[in-house]
Design a protein around this ligand. Sequence first.
Ligand SMILES: *[C@@H]1O[C@H](CO)[C@@H](O)[C@H](O)[C@H]1NC(C)=O
Ligand SMILES: *[C@@H]1O[C@H](CO)[C@@H](O)[C@H](O)[C@H]1NC(C)=O
Ligand SMILES: *[C@@H]1O[C@H](CO)[C@@H](O)[C@H](O)[C@H]1NC(C)=O
Ligand SMILES: *[C@@H]1O[C@H](CO)[C@@H](O)[C@H](O)[C@H]1NC(C)=O
Ligand SMILES: *[C@@H]1O[C@H](CO)[C@@H](O)[C@H](O)[C@H]1NC(C)=O
Ligand SMILES: *[C@@H]1O[C@H](CO)[C@@H](O)[C@H](O)[C@H]1NC(C)=O
Length: 695
Amino acid sequence: MAVSHWLLALVLFLLPFMTHVSAQQQGCSVENSRPSVYENNPPGYVVTTIHVEPGFTVMINPTSPDASFFTIQGSELQLNRSVDYETDTLLLVDLICRNTAGQSDTLEIIVTILNVNDNSPVFKQTNLTEVVPEDTKVNATIVAREDLSASDADLDTIYYELTAIVAGTDGYFAIKGVNNPEIYLQKTLDYEKFKSTTLFLYARDRPVGSTETTHTATATIEIFIEQADTKPPWFLPCTFINTDNSICISSPYTGRVNISEMSREPLILEPGPIYAIDPDYTLNEKIVYSIVGGDTDKIFSVDADTGNLTMNKVATSPDSYLLQVMATQVNNIQKYSIASVEIKVINKSHYPPYFESGIYNGTVFVGLPARSFVFQAGNPSSPLMITAVDDDFPDKVNPNIKYYIKNSTDFIATEDGLILTNVVLQSPGTVTIEAVGKDMVSLQEASTVIVVEVFLAAAVTSSDKIYTAQDMAILGGTLAAVLLIVLVFLGVMIYKQYGKPVKYLIRKKFSRETSGSYQNQSYKQDEHPDVSTKQHETSENGSIQSRTRVQPALSLPSSHSEEIDSLPKASTASTILFDQEKKEEEMEGETEREKEVKSILKTDRHVADDGYKAVWFKTDVDPDAGERVEVIEDNAADGDDDSDQDLQKNEEEEEEDYDKGDQHRGLGVSFASESSSLPAAKVIVDMSRTDDNDI
Ligand SMILES: *[C@@H]1O[C@H](CO)[C@@H](O)[C@H](O)[C@H]1NC(C)=O
Ligand SMILES: *[C@@H]1O[C@H](CO)[C@@H](O)[C@H](O)[C@H]1NC(C)=O
Ligand SMILES: *[C@@H]1O[C@H](CO)[C@@H](O)[C@H](O)[C@H]1NC(C)=O
Ligand SMILES: *[C@@H]1O[C@H](CO)[C@@H](O)[C@H](O)[C@H]1NC(C)=O
Ligand SMILES: *[C@@H]1O[C@H](CO)[C@@H](O)[C@H](O)[C@H]1NC(C)=O
Ligand SMILES: *[C@@H]1O[C@H](CO)[C@@H](O)[C@H](O)[C@H]1NC(C)=O
């Protein structure tokens, strides 16, 4: 029962005086006439004790305002029911004290009810749903304060807290302050990131972290994002350039038209037709296309609705066109994108390229380093080269054709059609691969099949194999012996052919060499005593295979076949050769050899068919460099008519050539590696000109 303030003040002022008076002069008194009681008291709660003098009785004045709350049990004034502060903050009760003589007096008791935090905050609505446009401005109010304020019967100050319970949606929505639950947008929305979220708004009647009893209420706010027209069109296909995936850039479209030819159909473009979308796909605004630049001769038109690119008239100049095509949203012309379209004007290709051979056969060895040649099957000295021809060209050679391997990564084709390994092949077997020759101008292509036999290399099983010094000594000794025999043989032949003049030459030469006037160190190093060391070096790098492979090709003219029969048993044969005369012959052989060695650094084919089998191997073929590699067939027919001029010229060059350490010509057997890793050991035997020259 509410008591007005002035009355309360008056009562409080008078109370001590009145109590004092009554305690002194009357038959009844209370311990405390102004008690305080916490609300929610249990029934029977003792408000105060009453002292009654003998002869006096006490009772509650039933007309006092809050008499119904109280009861007297013995000497105790009790509250016989629970009091709620939110209803009654002050209770007034009068006690009437009487004696038998009829003297009566009144004791007024004022009970102050103390508040206890016994109420939770309460939201007007605990579930709200808001639809928020994607393009809502930062700081804009999402839910007004009135809709979210909670009330508390205890009249506590309410502390609010907002959390997003959907992962990844934190930080977009916030409340204005801990006591102000207005929700506003804190960060720009992106429909691509999330399309809805759920927020919990907590209302507490004590600050977070308070040790007091705290009551909390929760309101749930569902937020739905509505896509807005925020993005311009994107041409497809496109690539995202930011982690937000909000910007997508297309690469140029390309197409081709035949010069002086009208195309009735829409042009076929790479990587696809001109096509743009509205990335705000729930809106999916209509897009129109137009050419806004590059069409200087008004040759092209773009269909506004489909984007199809068509021709109005023929292109007469071979220059390319670089068109700018714009895609615009119909509803907002400022939402646009521009793509470039390159139209190449090409010569009409009447015929597609084709491979004259439907199948190529190649061989290669296990364990070779990557980028080793695949050789022609049956012709192991010629690298395999595929060639597509094109009848559009008078010589059938279309310079625009580039080659590649379609379905294997173990092999690659150079742009010129040489087939190389792309890995170190591990196991022998037959590999079938498809190779394509593509005209990079007309984009027409031809394909062929290459069957590659992968063999185990006889001498080397693994590139990791360590060769012992013994292995090397045996190998070196054998090779030295072979060399010796061949040189001796040469000497014999020369001796037979030239007789005395040669002897004279030898003597002359010998005296020159011993006097030191003619010393060719690099040449010396290539002599047989060093062969084994060199062999060792090279084989450590695993490039001995080429040597072993070439060995079977050591074929000699049939007329010498009897002598050559002993070649594989060279170590035994060599012992009998070391008499004085043979040594002389050997010297002759060397002399002859010096003459015979010719330049092997050829940049192109020798124009005159002068008998030099000018096979050259590039040590380093870079398939990407687009170098033109010419492989000149070893042709036994064009043989033995070297001119003396050539001989002399080559003698002059020979020192230099030796130093360059490259390959050799003719019937000579070269033990050189095509691998670029090391200078190869040069063991060169030449027999091509022993018979009929200079006679
Ligand atoms: C409290 O006391 C009043 C009178 O004193 C009585 O009418 C009432 O029934 C009592 N209530 C309870 C709960 O005891
Ligand atoms: C949002 O409000 C804050 C505080 O008033 C202000 O600092 C900020 O610049 C506002 N941001 C925007 C985008 O208006
Ligand atoms: C150009 O000519 C080729 C070969 O006749 C034909 O296939 C192609 O469709 C032509 N290109 C255009 C754009 O008409
Ligand atoms: C022409 O437009 C239609 C409709 O967009 C499309 O399906 C077709 O692929 C386009 N043709 C070309 C050649 O771009
Ligand atoms: C197109 O053909 C002409 C003549 O036939 C020739 O001169 C020109 O080089 C060719 N252009 C291309 C790019 O091949
Ligand atoms: C590559 O393609 C050819 C022809 O299509 C096929 O015969 C061959 O088996 C394929 N090779 C591999 C390694 O897929």
